[in-house]
Write a protein that binds this ligand. Structure first.
Ligand SMILES: *Cc1c(COP(=O)(O)O)cnc(C)c1O
Length: 358
């Protein structure tokens, strides 16, 4: 069976060596040795001044919205994973959707200003499949209207924009280290802030608001990662360059061999060092997509409809119509992409897709 992704597992002994140390330390969480070590290593690898690692990639969105959303209207994209929208509603803010650019698949920056009202407090946009939003234009709009920018950068591990980590843009960026993401800790995530005062607030927020054992700085939640997860991150990080290299080879293979006259692929923004995180193909119609999916399934190959549905159409959201996002969502299929995928499987996938779309 070939799934859309396969979690990278490091050699078991490498993880066991760290587990032995955890047994010696008898210390499982609350920012232990391995959590601190992973943060330091990530800062160096990604070129960041600060990063706080967390228990998943959703709580960082909720912390960001708790600190910056102020129960207001949040301008956001309908084309993302559900966590982007559900976090807004969970934090008692209101999602205001802005449709996407059909080539880049990120929020259409030219439509943002129209959606701003006196109640708008922030823009929460997703760097879709690791493809950056139009960062400069969003910054300009945010500055003019005094809005915060939160980037859901869940897909962006290792992405660089204009020669620096994409996490360096926006007021806050968040990342996911879920097992299906490029770099993972099983479950996990991170929050990166580019404002010193805010960095402190985030730190308190992620640990119940504790300021020492007896004092509380403010309201908080538990977003701490465990030592078991941090140790997994350290072992995975040792292999990250190989992971990225192998993923690039798969993407290159698809780019060269798929019939790109009959389907559309994502357009990566200029000045981006991409991370080969997903391989979305956009078919001519939903029927065509279902046909391709069915043919692949028959051969035990399981691509994923991602992102589907367009988030404005979810029942509890009930947003306005978003024609481009709804159209793309109904036609986009992510093909299997992971380090170590069999070359005969790749060949089979390409041949089935090409045959079905012609
Ligand atoms: C994976 C993902 C999340 C959620 O991350 P978790 O670590 O699973 O909580 C949020 N946003 C996007 C775009 C994602 O792909």
């Amino acid at each position: 069976m070939v799934n859309v992704t396969k979690t990278f597992l490091p050699p078991l002994e490498e993880y066991q060596n760290l587990l032995k140390k955890i047994w010696e330390n008898e210390w499982l969480t609350n920012r232990g040795q391995f959590t601190l070590e992973l943060e330091e290593k990530l800062k160096i690898y990604l070129g960041l001044d600060n990063i706080l690692i967390t228990n998943n990639g959703t709580i960082p969105l909720q912390i960001a919205l708790k600190l910056l959303g102020n129960n207001g209207e949040i301008i956001t994209t309908p084309f993302s994973y559900v966590a982007t929208t559900s976090s807004i509603i969970w934090e008692n803010c209101k999602p205001i959707f802005v449709d996407i650019n059909e080539d880049f698949l990120t929020i259409d920056e030219t439509k943002i200003e129209n959606a701003i009202t006196p109640n708008t407090t922030a823009i929460l946009a997703t760097h879709v499949f690791g493809n950056p939003c139009h960062i400069e234009e969003i910054e300009k709009i945010a500055k003019k209207h005094k809005l915060y920018i939160i980037y859901d950068a869940a897909h962006c591990f290792g992405v660089k924009y204009k020669n620096q980590s994409i996490f360096k843009y926006g007021t806050i960026s968040t990342c996911s280290f879920h097992a299906t993401k490029i770099f993972h800790t099983g479950e996990g995530g991170a929050i990166i802030s580019n404002d010193k005062e805010l960095t402190k607030k985030i730190y308190y927020s992620h640990n119940f608001g504790h300021d020492g054992p007896l004092n509380f700085h403010g309201l908080g939640i538990n977003a701490k990662i465990s030592e078991l997860q941090s140790a997994m991150g350290i072992t995975v990080l040792n292999h990250i360059d190989t992971i990225l290299k192998k993923r690039k080879e798969v993407v290159d293979y698809y780019n060269t061999n798929l019939n790109l006259n009959k389907l559309k692929i994502i357009k990566i923004r200029e000045n981006t060092e991409w991370n080969y995180s997903y391989y979305p193909i956009i078919l001519s119609s939903e029927n065509k997509l279902l046909e391709v999916q069915k043919e692949l399934n028959i051969h035990n190959i399981f691509p994923r409809r991602y992102f589907y549905p367009s988030l404005n159409t979810i029942k509890y959201v009930n947003g306005e119509k978003m024609p481009i996002s709804e159209s793309i969502s109904s036609r986009v299929l992510c093909l299997p992409l992971y380090a170590g995928i069999d070359s005969s499987d790749l060949k089979k996938i390409v041949s089935i897709v090409n045959k079905t779309i012609c």
